[in-house]
Ligand binder design. Structure first.
Ligand code: PXP
Length: 235
């Protein structure tokens, strides 16, 4: 299983002072050095953390893949076509949310998304859809021709005890269904040292995208150590 590190919150910290520290590219290069498979950034419509220039600078300077999380809007599509990330992960975006709440409703906008991803795919950008582990969303993702789904692990991460097992089974079933339909499967949101190991029980999961816990732990452990430790845990 590969590790993609979401470095948005390096930018959150930087923006708190409005200057250039901590440097987002520096973080991306440390993740690369520590053996991360890729770097993920979410260019939100309100630019609350990652900014356009961050995405451009990171793409120009890292050797590992850049995964761009984005809302399916024409503004961000234009930027993606200019920056040419290796993959785009389409997520729902609400202005007032603290983080991405819930998965993208692919089933409710099949025709729109099919058209939306075409120019990106034509340029060789891989498409991932961030969805809840639900049958109808998986089927819709296969229907529109995405290469990947990224299963939202937020409900699993927040649940405790038996409820967590129920959420885990939803992820396992959704992954199996997606794979049977030819989709590759990633997962992410809310994963940390405690709840990540269970992901190994889902066969053929490609990549985990993890941000908040790694950046938080980096405050105490150092980013390199945090990335290495997570990588070793899941590999
Ligand atoms: N994957 C997607 C699509 C996300 O939106 C996020 C949060 O930005 C993550 C993964 C990472 O979640 P976390 O920061 O909780 O690890």
């Amino acid at each position: 299983m590969k590790l993609g590190v979401n470095i948005d919150h390096i930018a959150t910290l930087r923006n708190a002072r409005g200057g250039s520290e901590p440097d987002v590219l520096h973080a991306a290069l440390i993740c690369e050095k520590a053996g991360a498979f890729g770097v993920t950034t979410h260019l939100r419509e309100d630019r609350r953390h990652i900014k356009d220039s961050d995405v451009e600078t990171i793409k120009a300077n890292i050797k590992i893949p850049l995964n761009l999380e984005m809302a399916a809007t024409s503004e961000i599509q234009k930027i993606a076509l200019k920056v040419m990330p290796n993959s785009c992960c389409l997520v729902p975006e609400k202005r007032m949310e603290i983080t991405t709440e819930g998965g993208l409703n692919v089933a409710g906008q099949i025709n729109y998304l099919k058209e939306y991803i075409k120019p990106l795919q034509d340029k060789g950008i891989l498409i991932s859809l961030f969805i809840d582990p639900e049958e109808k969303q998986v089927q819709a993702a296969a229907l529109i021709g995405a290469e990947y789904i990224e299963m939202h692990t937020g409900s699993y991460s927040q649940a405790k005890g038996e409820a967590q097992e129920v959420e885990f089974q939803k992820l396992k079933n959704a992954a199996a269904l997606a794979q049977s339909m030819g989709l590759k499967v990633n997962a992410g949101h809310g994963l940390n040292y405690q709840n990540v190991l269970k992901m190994k029980e889902i066969p053929n999961l490609c990549e985990l995208n993890i941000g908040h816990s790694i950046i938080s732990l980096a405050v105490f452990e150092g980013l390199e150590t945090a990335v290495l430790k997570m990588k070793n845990l899941i590999s």
